[in-house]
Design a protein around this ligand. Structure first.
Ligand code: ATP
Ligand code: MG
Length: 757
């Protein structure tokens, strides 16, 4: 065993080793990012098994995600073999489900209880609020749900909430909470927060049950302790037990970093880590100071940003990996330019052989920012995977909206037509649909044709008949816009209005539905940009609806996306999702005030501090190369909005940064990119938002300033003469007569594959 211990301790520094070997008293390992906290936790488990004769069944380890749990289990198994299997390594929630399935009867529940996710919870609260006659404007279900969740995270039960309510809101919340809880029990269900709260209740109310678990789990280990809430804190205490009882307390080891606490909105409190020594008076604390993940430049930047947060304990984190590359900064004209920059840079890095795609990650603040990256990556054939969050064009609402457009463009598209026939609900039930379908089949006519031949469709009740007639009439009205060749963005807007799709989402209390509205607005933005592409003079205009659909279906074509599990893909995710992970190359995007930090943090010091911790988490994911980018203009709700630089960017010492591109006013004339299309023109290459010109063209063209009369040569259009120059700065355009290729108006932002002669 000594040799094995040697093996397990060899590649640890003295502080890490102490943490692995420590025995007896509660242990807290606090340290900055990348200092080996998770490594210590994993190693400690292996060490317990290999060196301290601990049985795997005596170990309970808590991680923040299921994926992290699986990885930890695998690592331990690598070190000590298959017997690692009987350990409990899981998230708090999975662990509690396990306990509750076993012990449900003790609490008077049946063990096949269902678990309500946040969606179900919201729905049930809506019903309860309605039954209690609450004004949904004054008490939206979403707000009620947050309050109830907060109460549960604080382990406040319905009686206490009722007794302690001091104002109208609190009384209402307590009332809803009480009825909601009764309904949950009646349906033999637990919501997410109940899982923790009920487990705590179980352990506190039934000493023999608590004793059973305390006897069994002699080691409790918790990763990411800074993101535990009060209920989870209490759960750990109950599991560990207290000194002086019949069973000595279990050995507790928690690791964390107060600077990486980013889940306050779920009730997480750094109090748990900051006051660990008060909670466990005989605790030992070990600090780790060497970072093994990142180069010094990256660390210095991270330290500089986080040091602006008030009330924190300063840490001195260092790395001996050398200064490394400077952090690359890039100011894009807009989000498309930013995505193009990221794609171009990935291309360069991979071409040079320095890294492969799977060593690269792209981060953003919120899920809906993934769309622009996905589009350009798909277009360039750059394999990627989005972690968490459904891909934009696969989202239900986006698919619904596109199904309407497809049906309008081609009424014979039965799949699309049937998808939206009763979406939003308009009283055309499955039975009615089946009648129409059977009739169409018998008569050998299309489904759409059958809808117009209602009088002859048998078995239809009058209500369905009316509903279908209304639907057909609405589609005819929309169809007129298509016949007139209205702009696709206008048609899409009309679809969202006339169908009631948007209104239905707006009326919903479910925050997911609000995200859906954002996604639909995003789709309108896409359509608007497509519409505003300028055609060369004299070019035959293609009706925008079919062109748009063809363009979008190329993007949505799942075949162009590699298998999610396959290696060699770039990873896209939010910074929240990236917690605990590391990548050789990180692109962190959208560093704009109002985006990151998020809008709602701008006027709120506590939220701003949380956003700054998020920045710290983002920066410290990078091992060798870090890119920070922002866009001068970003479309939001179909409107471009000018965003100032993120205040966090200014907090990074500027000598660590290598600005590849700064704001135009500081760099002279804007480097330029076309909005345009390739002269060879298929719809596929006609950039919805931004085209992918030939590779040679869009890697580094020189910046230029144009005047009327200048002669130019363009990679695709050939020789031309500038006939007009309009706008300034971001909106600068040049109209150029390319002779045989027609007259083209180009936007002079980004880089144009064009040379002034
Ligand atoms: P975070 O705060 O982001 O969760 P962490 O403190 O958990 O980070 P780890 O992920 O455990 O840090 O370690 C960061 C990286 O450093 C990992 O690649 C790990 O393998 C490596 N590492 C940690 N300790 C050592 C060591 N003593 N020698 C070599 N590499 C180490
Ligand atoms: Mg970690």
């Amino acid at each position: 065993p000594v040799s094995r211990a040697g093996h397990l301790l060899d590649d640890l520094n003295p502080a890490q080793r102490r943490a692995v070997e420590h025995s007896g008293t509660p242990l807290l390992v606090v340290a900055g990012a990348g200092s080996g906290k998770t490594r210590v936790l994993t190693r400690r488990i292996a060490y317990l098994l290999a060196e301290r004769d601990v049985h795997p069944g005596q170990i309970m380890a808590i991680t923040f995600t299921n994926k992290a749990a699986a990885e930890m289990k695998e690592r331990v198994a690598d070190m000590v073999g298959a017997r690692a299997r009987s350990m409990w390594v899981s998230t708090f929630h999975s662990m509690c489900v396990r306990v509750m399935r076993r012990e449900a009867k003790t609490l008077g529940m049946s063990s096949n209880f269902s678990i309500y996710d946040s969606d179900d919870t919201r729905r049930l609260i809506t019903l309860v609020a309605r039954d209690l006659d609450l004004d949904p404007k004054k008490y939206p279900a979403r707000t009620l749900a947050i309050h109830i969740s907060n109460l549960k995270n604080e382990l406040i039960d319905t009686e206490t909430a009722t007794a302690d309510a001091t104002n109208d809101l609190e009384r209402r919340v307590a009332e809803v909470y009480t009825v909601y809880q009764r309904r949950l029990t009646e349906s033999n269900s637990l919501d997410f927060d109940d899982l923790i709260m009920k487990t705590v209740e179980l352990l506190q109310t039934f000493p023999d049950v608590a004793e059973h678990y305390r006897r069994r789990f002699r080691h409790v280990l918790v990763d990411e302790y800074q993101d535990t809430n009060h209920a989870q804190y209490t759960l750990v205490r109950e599991l560990v037990g207290v000194a002086g009882g019949e069973i000595p307390p279990a050995e507790l080891c928690v690791v964390g970093d107060a600077d990486q606490s980013i889940y306050a909105f779920r009730g997480a409190t750094i109090r748990n880590i900051v006051e660990f020594e008060r909670d466990y008076p005989d605790a030992t604390t070990i600090l780790l100071e060497q970072n093994y993940r990142s180069t010094q430049n990256i660390l210095t930047a991270a330290n500089a940003v986080i040091s602006r947060n008030p009330n924190r304990r300063d840490k001195s984190l260092w790395s001996d990996l050398g200064e490394g590359e400077k952090i690359v900064g890039y100011v894009a004209d807009n989000e498309h330019d930013e995505a193009a920059f990221v794609a171009r840079e990935i291309d360069n890095l991979v071409d040079s052989g320095e890294v492969n795609n799977s060593e690269i990650a792209v981060f953003y603040r919120t899920n809906n920012q993934s769309r622009v990256f996905e589009e350009i990556f798909i277009r360039l054939g750059l394999p990627y995977r989005v972690v968490g969050g459904v891909r934009f064009y696969e989202r239900r609402e986006v698919r619904d909206a596109l199904a309407y457009l497809r049906t309008l463009a081609n009424p014979e598209d039965t799949v699309s037509l049937r998808r939206i026939l009763n979406v939003p609900k308009r009283g055309i039930g499955e039975r009615a649909e089946a009648c129409v379908s059977a009739y169409a089949e018998r008569e050998r006519i299309s489904f759409a044709a059958a809808l117009r031949d209602l009088d002859r469709v048998p078995m239809l009740n009058p209500r369905s008949r009316n509903a279908i007639a209304g639907f057909v009439e609405m589609m005819d009205e929309l169809g007129e816009m298509v016949a007139r060749e209205d702009d696709v963005a206008d048609i899409l807007e009309a679809v969202l209005e006339k169908t009631g799709y948007r209104t239905e989402l707006e009326a919903s209390e479910d925050p997911q539905d609000h995200t859906r509205i954002e996604n639909l607005n995003e789709l309108v933005t896409v359509a608007r940009e497509f519409t505003e592409l300028e055609l060369p003079e004299g070019a035959e205009p293609v009706p925008s609806l079919p062109a748009f659909l063809e363009r979008v279906s190329l993007v949505a074509d799942a075949d162009s996306i590699p298998d999610a599990e396959s290696d060699g893909v770039v990873t896209l995710m939010t910074i929240h999702t990236a917690k605990g992970l590391e990548y050789p190359v990180v692109f962190s995007t959208g560093w704009e005030d109002g985006v990151f930090p998020h809008m709602r943090a701008l006027g709120d010091p506590a939220e701003l501090a949380e956003e700054r911790r998020l920045a710290y988490v983002g920066i410290t994911r990078a091992q060798r190369r870090l890119y920070l980018s922002r866009a001068l203009v970003r479309s939001a709700w179909g409107q471009p909005s000018a965003n100032p630089a993120s205040r966090f960017l200014g907090e990074i010492p500027q000598d660590l940064l290598d600005w590849r591109r700064v704001e135009p006013s500081r760099s002279g004339p804007a480097a330029a990119t076309t909005w345009g299309r390739s002269a060879s023109g298929g719809i596929a290459s006609r950039g919805l938002s931004r085209p992918a010109p030939s590779k040679a063209g869009w890697k580094d063209a020189p910046a230029m300033k144009l005047e009327v009369g200048d002669r130019v040569t363009h990679d695709k259009y050939g020789l031309g003469r500038v006939v007009a120059v309009d706008g300034a700065g971001l909106r600068a355009t040049a109209t150029i007569d390319f002779g045989g290729s027609g007259t083209v108006r180009l936007m002079l932002i980004g880089s144009v594959p064009m040379t002034k002669l």
